[in-house]
Design a protein. Structure first.
Length: 185
């Protein structure tokens, strides 16, 4: 009994009053709590528990609805042109010739040449443009036409100093250029 009494006396008078003793008691309590919770919860799968992973794939579209991807194996529909009306290629060629202009052309003449081949939106955007700011002088190759839909076409024209990209839309007046973009080479 004296050995037990001395051990308890040592524990309460010296060991628990030191920092090391207090840290040791806290560690024992933490491990006891963790062990008890493990015994009580006992998940069947170690991946379960606090994980928020779904147990099956998340679908956002009906799998029977068909292909919803951006890339399609189907060719885009050909552009629709009324009989006797200009094709997108003809409109792009005429617009490019008017856009490149000629030496000595005034801004008013340049605008007048572009107006019948442009949408009202593009005509408004080009209202203050100067033909002297056009960065090319001549067409350097055949146009590349990308049909996006029956009413929307993209035309890429190589020029002497870069590439002209035109977006054409069909209207009641036929094919008109809606966007002009220049890429320097």
């Amino acid at each position: 009994m004296t050995v037990m009494r001395r051990a308890l006396e040592f524990l309460f008078t010296r060991a628990l009053r030191s920092r090391l003793g207090v840290a040791l008691v806290i560690a024992v309590l933490v491990f006891a709590v963790l062990g008890a919770t493990r015994l009580i919860s006992d998940p069947a799968d170690p991946a379960d528990g606090l994980s928020s992973r779904p147990n099956r794939p998340i679908t956002t579209v009906d799998p029977t609805a068909g292909d919803d991807g951006v890339l399609s194996s189907e060719a885009p529909p050909s552009p629709v042109t009324s009989p006797g009306a200009r094709t997108p290629e003809q409109t792009a060629d005429r617009f490019t010739a008017a856009w490149l202009g000629r030496p000595g052309i005034t801004a008013e003449q340049w605008q007048a040449g572009l107006r019948p081949l442009s949408t009202p939106s593009l005509t408004e955007k080009l209202a203050g443009a100067d033909p002297g700011g056009v960065p090319a002088e001549e067409v350097a190759g055949p146009p590349a036409v990308r049909s996006r839909s029956e009413t929307f076409v993209e035309v890429l024209l190589p020029l002497d100093t870069g590439r002209l990209r035109l977006e054409l839309v069909t209207t009641d007046d036929g094919w008109l250029v809606d966007v002009v973009d220049w890429e320097r080479q």
